[in-house]
Design a protein around this ligand. Structure first.
Ligand SMILES: [Zn+2]
Ligand SMILES: [Zn+2]
Length: 273
């Protein structure tokens, strides 16, 4: 049986934040790492976590919002520069266009580097697997079952469940509360759950969009309710705004869920056991 862990590479949001990088998680299974989302700073976060970016051959996008994709260009080009020679990315419809637009944007740069003798393998031959419908991932290049569920957000967004050696790891991605995440996370060992709508002081700009955000994200209390209903073992809260108070988030989720609640710092490793 492989050792399994989740590294919380980025626990932030679209808002610039010195303490919390944009959303990304590394799912480490034995000696293989799967990257889930790739917000700004992800490549550096991987290096800080002791994971070589070029060692990652699989990247999953839960959705194509900027805060979950902005680090892709550096992950793609930087990892290739470090010697990555194969890469598969998996994501909802639009992932292919997104990948190709990054390639086009830097085509002159890639051409130049290839002209110096570097192989185009790992950048010009990236395999992109798109899916549209939730359920078991049919075109699955990984050796374990992956199941998705459609979330409630403002672009097509999917939560992912990984069933590996009798353990289940679920990543909610961005969503407001819904029954599909409860169902997907049923009995999971770890649920990494969006809980970005923390209480407390808000900027004027944030106050203006707060009502809309409630239709697209969860509060820590709602994350606790999801964890309770799904009967998971541990819930890991994430997607925090710069003004979030982790202690309050912990209290709010713990008032609903009696299992373990984790409010992680960036780079925190959550062991699945
Ligand atoms: Zn989003
Ligand atoms: Zn987001």
């Amino acid at each position: 049986m492989s050792d399994i862990s989740v590294v919380m590479l980025g626990t932030g949001s679209p808002r610039p934040n010195l303490n919390r990088s944009q959303p990304a998680q590394a799912l480490v299974v034995g000696d293989q790492t799967i990257l889930i989302d790739c917000g700004e700073g992800t490549t550096a976060q991987l290096m800080k976590a002791g994971i070589k970016p070029e060692s990652i051959k699989y990247l999953i996008f839960t959705h194509l919002h900027s805060d979950h994709t902005m680090g892709y260009a550096q992950f793609l080009l930087g990892g290739w520069g470090q010697g990555r020679s194969e890469l598969t990315i998996i994501g909802p419809r639009g992932t292919k266009d997104f990948h190709e637009s990054i390639l086009n944007m830097y085509s002159y740069d890639i051409d130049y580097r290839c002209s110096l003798g570097r192989s185009g393998a790992g950048i010009r031959d990236v395999e992109v697997i798109e899916f549209e419908e939730p359920g078991e991932l049919i075109e699955n290049p990984l050796p374990y079952k992956i199941t998705t569920a459609r979330m409630i957000h403002n672009v097509p967004t999917f939560a992912f469940r990984f069933d590996i050696d009798g353990k289940a790891i679920v990543i909610s991605s961005d969503t407001s509360p819904n029954e599909a995440i409860v169902h997907l996370a049923e009995g999971a060992d770890i649920l990494v759950q969006n809980a970005g709508l923390t209480t407390g002081k808000k900027s004027e700009a944030l106050e203006k969009i707060w009502e809309q955000l409630q239709k697209e994200h969860c509060s820590p209390t709602q994350a606790g309710v999801i964890a309770k209903k799904a009967n998971v073992k541990k819930v890991v809260l994430t997607h925090f705004l710069p003004e979030a108070d982790g202690r309050i988030a912990l209290q709010e989720a713990s008032a609903e869920f009696t299992g373990e609640v984790i409010v992680p710092e960036d780079l925190q490793v959550i062991n699945v056991g």
